[in-house]
Design a binder for this molecule. Structure first.
Ligand SMILES: [Ca+2]
Ligand SMILES: [Ca+2]
Length: 322
């Protein structure tokens, strides 16, 4: 049964909002990002509260000071989410400029909307900063996460409601220090994967246009076959996307993409031209012959159907538009 659902995460912590068949979105409490290297002590804001509706978190932005004397805004922390159905939202503050911003862990975060962006720089992430966020560029920032169908084991585990954000691991491609890596086994419904939102803030996910580029490329090291999916509103469930699950044969989540080969544990470059990114046949809502590269929401690397239940060990590095 192809109830594979678009694993879509929209949060700082990599909230995995697609649990099996989209029927149970996970409420996520999003840890804030810490500021970069600390030289002075800043203080976090207050812990926010969520009334149970998305983006209703109320918190204050943490603050810190820099060694250069300029005031820097620290990154906020998580918004506590209580109540059924509540979705934590945390945008956090912005990093300080001109000095080391400092925050302490649990400042509150205001929900803040992202805005649609246009990709200018080719590089999406090489992981060398060692964190789960993609670099700030082109006015956008995204976040990495793991996701699965809930039946097996995966490391790092999806952040869920309280877990830590995804952390890159080493070594990476070409002698680099870090890549996004995940291992696991025992999945029986549709498997597991690794993905990133391209442009999100708190629980808000916005689009990125990469229409001026020809496609997506990355290095992959894997012991199983994978599939890369370029998710757009047409294939992403509401509220982040526009897809409404239509049941058997009309599911959301069949993102345009391409098969990724088992590289037998070696790093290998894969290029996916947008013109060659197509949906899988036999399931899911049709969403156009090829991907609409002007409306990208996320990119996902998922176990191929044939290897859904395999013991897997794969990593992605140097993800970029080309
Ligand atoms: Ca990063
Ligand atoms: Ca790397």
């Amino acid at each position: 049964m192809r109830t594979q659902f678009a694993a879509f995460a929209w949060s700082v912590a990599g909230c995995v909002g697609f649990v099996v068949a989209c029927s149970a979105e996970t409420t996520t409490n999003v840890p804030g990002r810490s500021g970069s290297s600390s030289s002075t002590t800043g203080s976090g804001g207050t812990t926010g509260t969520s009334s149970g509706t998305p983006s209703s978190g109320i918190g204050t932005t943490g603050s810190g000071t820099t060694t250069s004397g300029a005031t820097a805004t620290g990154s906020g922390g998580s918004v506590a989410s209580t109540g059924a159905g509540g979705t934590a939202s945390s945008a956090g503050g912005t990093f300080g400029v001109g000095g080391a911003s400092t925050t302490t862990g649990t400042g509150g975060g205001m929900a803040a909307a992202c805005t649609d962006a246009t990709a200018v720089a080719p590089l999406i992430d090489d992981f060398e900063d060692g964190d789960h966020a993609t670099p700030l560029a082109d006015g956008k920032q995204g976040y990495w996460y793991t996701y699965n169908d809930g039946t097996g084991t995966q490391m790092p585990a999806p952040a869920g409601t309280s877990g830590p954000p995804f952390v890159p691991a080493g070594p990476g491609n070409g002698g680099s220090a870090f890549a996004a890596a995940t291992t696991g086994s025992g999945f029986t419904v549709w498997g597991a994967g690794l993905g990133l939102s391209l442009n999100s803030s708190g629980s808000t996910v916005c689009k990125v246009s990469a229409a001026t580029f020809g496609g997506v490329q990355f290095y992959v090291r894997s012991n199983v076959a994978l599939r890369v999916k370029l998710m757009t509103p047409a294939t992403t469930p509401q509220p982040d996307g526009e897809c409404l699950d239509g049941g058997m044969g009309a599911e959301c989540g069949n993102g345009h993409g391409s098969a990724v080969p088992n590289t037998m544990g070696m790093w290998q470059l894969v290029q996916v031209p947008f013109s060659a990114a197509t949906q899988e046949e036999g399931w899911g809502q049709p969403a156009g012959a090829t991907v609409d590269a002007s409306q990208l929401l996320s990119i996902q690397f998922q176990l191929a159907s044939a290897d859904m239940s395999a013991a897997f060990d794969f990593a992605i590095d140097d993800l970029a538009f080309f």
